[in-house]
Design a protein around this ligand. Sequence first.
Ligand code: MN
Length: 196
Amino acid sequence: MTDDLAAYRHRRDLAASGEPEGSASSSSGEHPIFVIQKHDARTLHYDVRLEVDGVLKSWAVPKGPSTDPSVRRLAQPTEDHPLDYARFEGVIPEGHYGAGTVLVWDTGTYRNLRAEKPDDGASMQQSLEEGKVEVWLDGRKLRGGYALIRMKDRDGWLLIKMNDDEADARRNPVRTEPDSVLTGRSLDEIRAQEGD
Ligand code: MN
């Protein structure tokens, strides 16, 4: 994975795309933040981002997160994003990288579960390097443990709901709760209000 914002800035004309330049370098709260952005680009996907050391580590998850521990969702690593991207919602114009509509599908804070285990204690940076991230999400739609596991001999990772009290195979929030947690808007409403 990349480890700074050079790739983010290199790919974008930020003045024209309307996306954040990345001025904030740490969140204000006690816990690091996470955000999941629904991004209707060439193909619809969900960008899962975790705050680590002043940037948002990012994965694109085509099918979005599941609350069912038996489901494994492919998660493709993408470039680090600036922290203030976590509140970005709008339309990236045609011709720009990631052109399409973005909404904040879920956001909140997270805890590093590996750091809390006495026999483990791995930092988020270590977890990323080892390809084994375990976090507890406190979001509006998603709660509980989620693992991000790098597949052996491949570039891809898997996003898996851990088996805990918040696991629920009957829920399907990607389908039943499709809209923004910040503004309540759908992708269509954002397109209509903010598109050209
Ligand atoms: Mn995306």
